[in-house]
Design a protein around this ligand. Structure first.
Ligand SMILES: [Zn+2]
Length: 79
């Protein structure tokens, strides 16, 4: 039996956090995850044919030591 799918995983992965804005890994367009998380995720899906691999919560600490919740999406480009 041959199974090539496992070794042919998505070769480029992007992370969109509601805590961070930064450039698109593909086209360097600035993606503002803070004000437009959904739009940033959708940019990868619509403009670059990425697929959603994972959506979850991430907890970090702010400057005052308080807990800061953010939503994170992990996207991978289809081979
Ligand atoms: Zn892009």
């Amino acid at each position: 039996m041959s199974d090539k799918s496992a070794t042919n995983a998505a070769n480029l992965v992007a992370k969109v956090s509601s805590n961070i804005s930064g450039p698109c890994v593909e086209c360097q367009l600035n993606l503002d995850g803070i004000d437009n998380w959904m739009g940033s995720v959708n940019h990868y899906l619509a403009a670059h044919n990425f697929e959603l691999l994972h959506v979850g919560q991430e907890t970090s600490r702010d400057d005052d030591g308080g807990l800061w919740q953010s939503t994170v999406a992990i996207l991978g480009r289809k081979p």
